[in-house]
Design a protein around this ligand. Sequence first.
Ligand SMILES: C[S@@+](CC[C@H](N)C(=O)[O-])C[C@H]1O[C@@H](n2cnc3c(N)ncnc32)[C@H](O)[C@@H]1O
Length: 237
Amino acid sequence: MLQTNEIYNMDCMEGVRLLDDKSIDLVVMDPPYLLDLQKIKNTTSINNYANELLDLKDGFDLKILDLLIPKMKKINMYIYCSKRQIKQLLEYFMNKGCNYELLTWHKQNPSPLTNNNYLPDTEYIVFAREKGVKLYGNYYTKRKYYISGVNQVDKKKYKHPTIKPLAFIENHIVNSSKEGDLVLDCYCGSGTTLVAALKNNRNYIGFEINKEYYEIAKKRIEDTKAEMEGIVEEDSK
Ligand SMILES: C[S@@+](CC[C@H](N)C(=O)[O-])C[C@H]1O[C@@H](n2cnc3c(N)ncnc32)[C@H](O)[C@@H]1O
């Protein structure tokens, strides 16, 4: 039995099995991308970039989706992915009769991989929802594209090579859940989804397999709570 508003240092393939059936309102997850690292190494002079992605390169097991679906009230998921994962994800959700969108993040400061390729300046987010799942938000929150640079400050501060912009995740959460809903992230990294849920009065559960990233996420959540409590005290003066 797992508690809400916790992050667990465990493999999500085990963690998800421990969740109550039909307990999750929204999944926002950013699993390891399936990357062609050799190609990256061959086309960049910045080998550190390829090296820092080494432990994140192998993609993820689609079986996690089969495990997740019974745990959700209805399918309602945002999944960050690489170009190579889009086809199988879309096929998976089409076979389930879901509505879907392909959202994009256009990076203003992509890594300088050049040669015979377009720049790696676009990342993809598959959004899938079962029929009947509501999309909230408004004209300003419902764009299908995001434009920003990689936030180097957060990347350094939280020491995660693939940290996602907090504003994007807050946007998914506001569009696809209500206050008090339960948001799950199976691949927390530095805890961006959990912080976004906390800031928007949603409950959360997260899994992160790497002990170091787990500790970083835990501290980030505690710092966010302290910051929010400070704001509440400030307002009530
Ligand atoms: C792309 S990163 C997530 C980054 C995160 N969105 C952020 O903003 O910091 C994927 C994370 O999944 C973790 N991971 C990989 N396999 C996992 C598994 N089976 N269970 C739980 N976490 C896993 C990795 O350690 C990595 O931190």
